[in-house]
Design a protein around this ligand. Structure first.
Ligand code: ADP
Length: 945
């Protein structure tokens, strides 16, 4: 039992299962008991019912058999029928059987008595009555029979019948009783069963409660203790001895608690250690933080310094370098403004946060400033002063500003520049000062480098200019024949070379390929180049070749090997343009043949006719004719010789020109009038511009030009026609056209037309005499007058020769008004520099009308030359002047002059370059077009300032 209990205690599930099983078993046992007792009751009931029913049936059978016996006996009495007799005994047998059956049943005393009576009756009946009656019947003694039988009538059968009836009623009664009893028994049993079930349930409930208390309570306690433990209380667990799961749970929990407590203590120890470590780390971190901050500061400083030094190395443009230095210094060193001035002749400077006027002012007075001190001491100088109004801005309280002057000293301990840095409202520390001084050293190095670079660049440019200026093409090759450098002249000769710095290296093959394209008959040239590249000592010293394009030229090429330290490193090829010499040679031979032809032909006539006259007798008419021919040929020879000598003089530069303003219009009229005589076939049409067409030149030479051109127009229009002479003034130039409707000139002759002795050779002009020197003389004279001559012609239709010459513009001095004495001597002088002829005159008139003395210049160059002498009170300046000089050059010149630095300048320009103007401190800017009155007003304003 104890073992069983131990088994159940070990598992809660077992306890629950056993409890449930017990309850179910009890309920099952009760149900089985109820079932069995019900079956028993029902069996009893059925047994009793069957007994009663059998008894009833037997009583009824006994009654029936009794009656049948009586009746059959009576029948036999009457009819003496055997059948009846037999039947009577069959009934007697049945009666006996039934009585025997009845006796086997339980019966009451009454029943026993009745059965005994019946038995005794029928025993008597069959033993006594029946034989007596039958004997009487057989005797037919019915009377005796009647008397005999009634006694017999008082038999128990009737009582039996009565009893049977009663018994039947009794049986029903008993059956009803039995039924009632059955219901009562069953009901009682059912109630008992319900009570039993209730008891079982109560028992189960009791057990469940016990179990719940046994399990739930410790479980709840455990949960409570766990939460207390979770809150950190110390707890003591019960139920540790229990064997079931709760016991196990409590023990595990207990173990866990013990472990947790142990771990907690360990963790606490570790935690304390960690806190200690953390404190240590914190201290280290703070230390590191400080180091990092210092490092960051250093990094920023180094980055700035690096950027600054890098910026110094980034450019080799002086202004860009100065700008970069001052901008970076002001920005990185947290200054508010600063200026860096080079102590050179121009005082080049760059400023940050300083206006152009303030910078100009500083530079102007640099000789009286602290700059003198720092240049003497070579030490930086710091000045603390009150901030100026501009520096203080809108603040009312006094603010201090600090200026730091730092000399920039070169390697020879010369101050080459001065740096002035200003900080407003904050001081400059000693540390910052020494940083700036160290940066100043870098600046000095950068300026030295720039100086060296500029010197090298100047040298390089000088060399390049020299090489580019010489008339020979210079062509430098390395030992492999690769072209490394050519001068501009070379690029003029060959278009495949590029001018300027962007020329690329040219491998030998490529060069020879290009020469093939551009040179006629390259074989000699190619062989020469190849042989000198190969170092062939037997190669001829030079070669001549002919360039096809872009300009047809005759060239000579010679070379010089280049040595460095005794080792040859390249070849210098010199290409010389010998076109002129070639032409001269060609012309010389042409000249010899032409001159010999041109001289010999008339001389032959002169000699021939003279001889005829000498040796023959001729008629006077013929003599006159011959003499006339001799005279004509002699004149022709004279003209030829004169022309030739003229040209020679001109070409040799011995011709003197008397230069003076020449009005072309009257000169043209004069020449046309002479040409008109004797040339009636031709119509002369003159379209001469009304404007004065004056050029600077030699009147006689210009007359010769006009004569040659107009006489050619007449000469080469043998059929006559119109000869048009137009003279126009376009864009400051005199343009003269001489147009005819004559023979025209073939296209291939046009390029050679102005060559000496060149004459177009064809049949229609063979009759027309000439020397071929006229146009050459014209060209030479026009060239001397800085002009140009061109020709447009169509064969058979006529030609137009056009001469372009610069117009003579008189730089007029204050004219009428001044000469008329209308301008006061004390009137302010306004210098107007304007290259547009018409506009300049208009401005001059406007200013004269306003009472100013005016000095007018159309060229900036002249203005710069004259301005110091004129000392104008105001300068009105156009920015776009002649090529090579612009308005800014005039301004720069004025700003550098002590005399003119403060002279007001009014810019009159179509370009709105106000920013640049304001950098020079110029505020007066008139943008073209403007009304002339605005100029007078601007001058007035400038003077009143
Ligand atoms: P020339 O003494 O032969 O006239 P020029 O030098 O004056 O010498 O002219 C050179 C050549 O140019 C002439 O031979 C002529 O063929 C041609 N020429 C000059 N002017 C004209 C013209 N107006 N019309 C046609 N051909 C002209």
């Amino acid at each position: 039992m104890a073992k069983w209990q131990h088994y159940l205690r070990k598992r809660i599930t077992r306890r629950f299962s056993s409890m449930l099983l017990l309850s179910l078993l009890l309920i099952l046992a009760g149900a089985v008991f109820v079932l069995l007792s019900t079956i028993q009751i029902l069996q009893k009931y059925e047994l009793r019912s069957n007994e009663i029913r059998t008894k009833q049936e037997l009583v009824a059978e006994i009654g029936d058999y009794s009656n049948e016996i009586i009746l059959r006996a009576r029948g036999y009495y009457v009819y003496l029928n055997q059948f009846e007799y037999k039947k009577m005994f069959e009934a007697k047998k049945g009666l006996e059987q039934s009585i025997a059956d009845f006796k086997r049943l339980e019966f009451s005393e009454d029943e026993e008595r009745l059965i005994a009576e019946i038995e005794s009756f029928f025993t008597d009946y069959f033993d006594n009555l029946l034989p007596g009656a039958i004997a009487l019947a057989e005797k037919g003694d019915y009377e005796g029979l009647r008397k005999f039988v009634p006694s017999g009538e008082e038999n128990p059968v009737n009582e039996l019948m009565l009893f049977s009836k009663e018994f039947e009623q009794n049986v029903q009664h008993i059956a009803a009783n039995a039924n009632d009893k059955l219901i009562r028994d069953l009901s009682f049993q059912g109630v008992l069963f319900i009570i039993y079930v209730c008891l079982v349930l109560l028992l189960s409930l009791y057990i469940s409660r016990r179990v719940a208390i046994d399990i739930g309570q410790p479980l709840g306690q455990l949960a409570q203790q766990a939460s207390q433990f979770g809150r950190g209380h110390v707890i003591h667990l019960e139920d540790l001895e229990r064997e079931d799961e709760l016991g196990e749970l409590a023990r595990s929990f207990n173990d866990m608690m013990v472990q947790i407590q142990a771990k907690e203590e360990e963790l606490l120890a570790q935690n304390e250690e960690l806190i200690a470590q953390q404190d240590e780390l914190q201290a280290q971190q703070e230390e590191l933080q400080q180091v990092v901050e210092t490092l960051e500061e250093n990094e920023v400083y180094l980055t700035n310094r690096n950027a600054f030094i890098q910026a110094l190395a980034n450019t080799l443009d002086k202004q860009e370098l100065l700008d970069s230095i001052i901008n970076n210094l002001v920005r990185f060193s947290d200054f508010d403004k600063g200026i860096l001035v080079l102590l050179n002749t121009n005082n080049d400077y760059a400023a940050n946060g300083v206006s152009a006027a303030a910078a100009d002012g500083f530079i102007h007075s640099i000789g009286d400033s602290m700059v003198v001190r720092v240049t003497e001491t070579l030490e930086p100088y710091k000045l603390v002063r009150d901030a100026s109004d501009g520096e203080r801005a809108y603040h009312e309280q006094d603010i201090q500003a600090s200026d730091l002057y730092v000399p920039i000293v070169n390697g020879q301990q010369e101050v080459i520049a001065v740096l002035l840095l200003t900080r407003i409202g904050r001081t400059i520390t000693k540390h910052e000062e020494s940083e700036i001084v160290s940066l100043a050293r870098q600046v000095s190095l950068a300026l030295d480098k720039l100086e060296m670079y500029e010197e090298t660049a100047r040298q390089r440019q000088l060399t390049r200019d020299m090489i580019n200026t010489i008339q020979e093409g210079i062509h430098f090759m390395d030992m492999q024949g690769e072209t490394l450098e050519v001068n501009d002249k070379m690029a003029d000769f060959f278009s495949f070379f590029q001018k300027g710095d962007q020329r690329s290296r040219f491998p030998l093959d490529k060069l020879l390929g290009e020469l093939e394209e551009n040179v006629t008959n390259t074989s000699g040239l190619t062989a020469f180049i190849k042989s000198i590249v190969a170092g062939d000592a037997t190669a001829s010293p030079s070669v001549q070749y002919e360039i096809k394009q872009p300009v047809h030229r005759y060239m000579q090429l010679y070379y010089e090997p280049l040595y460095r330290d005794g080792v040859q490193f390249g070849l210098l090829l010199v290409h010389r343009d010998i076109t002129r010499e070639y032409e001269v040679d060609r012309m010389k031979s042409e000249f010899v043949s032409t001159v010999s032809h041109e001289l010999r032909t008339p001389l032959a006539s002169v000699l021939g006719f003279a001889e005829l006259l000498l040796h023959r007798e001729l008629k006077p008419e013929r003599q006159r004719k011959y003499i006339h021919t001799i005279h004509q040929e002699a004149r022709r020879l004279t003209t030829l010789i004169n022309d030739f000598l003229d040209l020679q003089r001109m070409e040799s530069g011995k011709q003197t020109y008397i230069v003076e303003p020449v009005e072309l219009t009257p000169l043209i009229r004069e020449v046309v009038e002479i040409q008109r005589m004797g040339n009636e076939k031709h119509r002369f049409q003159m379209h001469l511009n009304n404007e004065a067409c004056t050029v600077l030149g030699d009147q006689d030479k210009l007359r010769q030009v006009l004569t040659n051109l107009i006489s050619n127009a007449v000469k080469y229009s043998p059929e006559g026609g119109e000869i048009g002479i137009n003279c126009n003034v376009i864009r400051g130039k005199a343009i003269l056209d001489i147009k005819d409707e004559g023979l025209g000139i073939p296209e291939d002759a046009l390029p050679k037309l102005f060559n000496k002795f060149y004459r177009v050779d064809n049949s229609d002009r063979r009759e027309i005499g000439g020397t071929g020197l006229g146009l050459a003389i014209v060209k030479e004279i026009i060239n001397q007058h800085k002009g140009d001559i061109t020709v447009v012609s169509e064969q058979g239709k006529g030609s137009t020769f056009t001469i372009t010459m610069p117009l003579h513009v008189q730089e007029e001095h204050p004219a009428d008004l001044e000469t008329a004495g209308l301008i006061r001597d004390s009137a302010p002088t306004v210098m107007v520099v304007e290259n547009d002829h018409n506009l300049s005159h208009m401005l001059r008139d406007e200013l004269l009308t306003s009472g100013y003395r005016v000095e007018l210049f159309t060229e900036g160059r002249h203005a710069i030359e004259q301005i110091q002498q004129i000392k104008p009170d105001v300068v009105v300046l156009d920015l776009m002047l002649e090529s090579g000089t612009n308005g800014w050059d005039v301004i720069e010149h004025m700003k550098k002059s002590d005399l003119l630095i403060n002279t007001p300048i009014i810019i009159s320009s179509a370009f709105e370059e106000k920013d640049k103007a304001s950098q020079w401190g110029i505020r007066d800017f008139l943008i073209k077009p403007y009304l002339p009155g605005m100029l007078s007003a601007a001058v007035q304003r400038a003077l009143s300032k």
